[in-house]
Design a protein around this ligand. Sequence first.
Ligand code: FES
Ligand SMILES: [Fe+2]
Length: 356
Amino acid sequence: MNVAVTTNQISDVSDLPRNCSFDADDWRILARHWYAVALVRDVEEKGLVGAVLLDERLVVYKSGTEIVVANDICTHRGVPLTMGSNPDGNGVRCPYHGLQFGGGGKCVKVPAHPDNAIPGKLHLRSYPVVVRYGLVWTCLRPEEGEGAAKVPVMPHWDDKGFQQINCPHFDIAGFAGRQIEGFLDVAHFAFIHTETFADPDNPVVPAYETKPTDVGFEAEYYSTVGNYPHGKQDETPKDYLWLRHFRAHLPFTAHLTVHFPDGGRLSILNAATPVSARKTRLFVPIARNFDTDRPVQEVYDFNLKVFQEDAEMVEQQKPENLPLDPRMEAHIPADRSSINYRRGLRDLGLSHFFIA
Ligand code: FES
Ligand SMILES: [Fe+2]
């Protein structure tokens, strides 16, 4: 018996990474957005680092003053370039036959044939790079000519009087959408963050509004929940209402400005990079205009504790993806931001994210 197979019955996934864990249509939508893949200081120190973005394995390396993001696979015989080295800061050298790759991912040296012209087929597939907030940002499927304008905005990073702090990245065994939703959620403070900043006796979530923006939405949330670490909480002036100003940048970045007493501002970017459907690498640049002479290690330690408190929940949530159909989970009024977030993802055309 002849079985007719038309091309549209077979979905073409040849443009997707090997072992892609995302639904193919969702992957193509997510791949048009910009994500942080490395801390600049790590690339500077080590010469090259590995990263995985949406299941695509990448090498991030220095070539002179340029930072290059390229596929982590040697065009010659497929060895991961992250196994190689960057001996003089001018590019990555493959450990197998010594091919070297420089600016823009171009192959610049074939040691076995030093006098031959280098064919273009040996160049790496590379991606556009924007360096911002101490992070390397890239996009796997950029629109023609786009760049810096697509990178999420972080207020205060470059403002005078603000200290710039980049926490070491933090890996989460969970989906980026769940993590971002948790970052936007204020109802869990009194239960999850009692060891760090929250008050277990103050669980009430006052009403708040959300406003749409070009890239997602924002919410100004006022409450009496302080943001000082435990031990310093008596410093909150009486009747002070803390303002937390959230800005969501779809799909997986969100920003929070916490308004401290006496004009103090804490600006936190939560950039949740989707390593795969089930893994997230969190980058968190922070800017503040108070305690600017305090050691940054204190901030690293405090935030690490907060990330761990959140990750304990995010890594256990079921289903592991973020259900975009509002009927699949029950909601409470405090979830206004998270309902907006899910609606925004749906409006981007995203569906269930995972292949299974
Ligand atoms: S596999 Fe990389 S140089 Fe041959
Ligand atoms: Fe949290």
